[in-house]
Design a binder for this molecule. Sequence first.
Ligand code: GLC
Ligand code: CA
Length: 541
Amino acid sequence: MEKKIEWWKNAIVYQIYPLSFKDSNHDGIGDLNGINSKLDYIKNLGIDVIWLSPVYQSPMDDNGYDISDYKRINPIFGTMEDMENLVSNIHKNGMKIIMDLVVNHTSDEHQWFIEAKKSKDNPYRDYYIWRDQPNQIQSVFSGPAWTYNEATKQYYFHLFSNKQPDLNWHNPKLRLEIYQMINEWLDKGIDGFRLDVIDLIGKDIDSMSLSDGPYLNQYLQEMHDHCFKNRDILTVGEMPGLSIKRASEITNQKNPLLSMIFQFSHISLDEIPGQGKWALKKLDLVEFKNVFNKLQQTLFEKGWNSLFLTNHDQPRAVSRFGNLSFRKKSSKMLATVLYGMQGTPYVFQGEEIGMTGVQFELSQYKDIETLNMYRDHLQKGYKHDDIMTSIYAKGRDNSRTPLQWDDTQNAGFSDVQPWIDINPNYKELNAKKDLAEKDSIYNYFKELFTIRKKYRIFDQGTFELIYPSHHELFIYLRKTKNEAILVIGSFSENRIEIDLSEYSQYQCLITNETPIDLKQTVIPPYYCAIYYKKEDYHANH
Ligand code: GLC
Ligand code: CA
């Protein structure tokens, strides 16, 4: 008898960035009722879980990742009633919903901080991190991680913008307040959380141990015991600074602190090591394959993995890892290679139609990280053109332009000028057009997800790279006792000859072209396919 697995292991998750999904009330800003009007589009893709980026009350310094009230909905997105209505409709459609949980920091406009900054003996003072003298830690959004507070003559700590003061997790009273808030949302019926930069909550500022700090396990365990333990929910921790080995420990099958985490090794390979994301380096496919191999091997039967290439912080996958001259083929290829692995698939809005990144004028960018970096680099002597090259490659607004629904004005996202410009390619690239085409990316994703759910090998099979040192082909073999799949993805615009004849009895399950014959293999540009074989169990036993 096969053992029953947790529902979230073969669920498909779709991330919505609410600002840019669909505007329903003519203000150019996506909102909850907009999402509600498009549930069919999501459901029909084969999605099981919707993850909403933050919709809480916020001054939007970092687009909602700066929360000023965890218990309120930001009026630009709608009301609490709209939220409850959305949750109930998602459930009625047989899907689940997880929310974003941002508890490493709040907004400086949160009531706790407004109190805390008043005086050193304010009851909320210790909810945040204060020092007489700053140390050298720099903000992720450029400049020092410390801002001086005149009234109390101390500095407060903020790893992100100065409007995002970090919470002091060492304070047990604060921790209990957070757990209570988490439980209130779970009691409302949501199905879990994506936990924003949660690897930072165990930090020790004075020893400069930030990510995966000394208290991480302790606080996660406590949060787990207070909030997650007796609930059947999905928790996914965003942990940019966590090693693969630690990812496996935190999600270990015996005592998982979280269902899964977002681990970042595979998406930091196109930067110069130690110099940060803006220092561009060409991706080496062998390195890319090695990282996935390590993730797959390390977590196999120990922890659980999440499968993603894009989100609201990462540039569009097809622009970054694919090839825009083969946009449709390479979008499908990336999805096939990624979602053929073990782990829970994540789709970022627009990925299912192969949306691409943008090359805007500086004045069109909105993202605080991009704008701060631009100023900082200019001051340090970088040239405008070089900075722009980095922004085109890595800027977060690449994935934050509105979803392109159709070819009408503003891409059917809104009937007024949106908060951020639409990608100018929307007339050629939009959901309506994609769905009408024979080689639709959306329909390919849908078919891929159907296949993933049909064969248990996708959540159970082993993983082995085939031709591991090939620089243009990503090929792997997965096996269970009586099934095997061969997944092939080409990252090349050339035809490549390779010997795969030993797999010639495998049947093609899905491909982005006519299936090729594995007896005499020439792999076409950006080809992808999954081949399947069922062992004759009785013949071998
Ligand atoms: C996470 C979010 C990102 C945000 C940062 C600070 O990385 O995904 O959008 O800017 O945390 O909250
Ligand atoms: Ca709106």
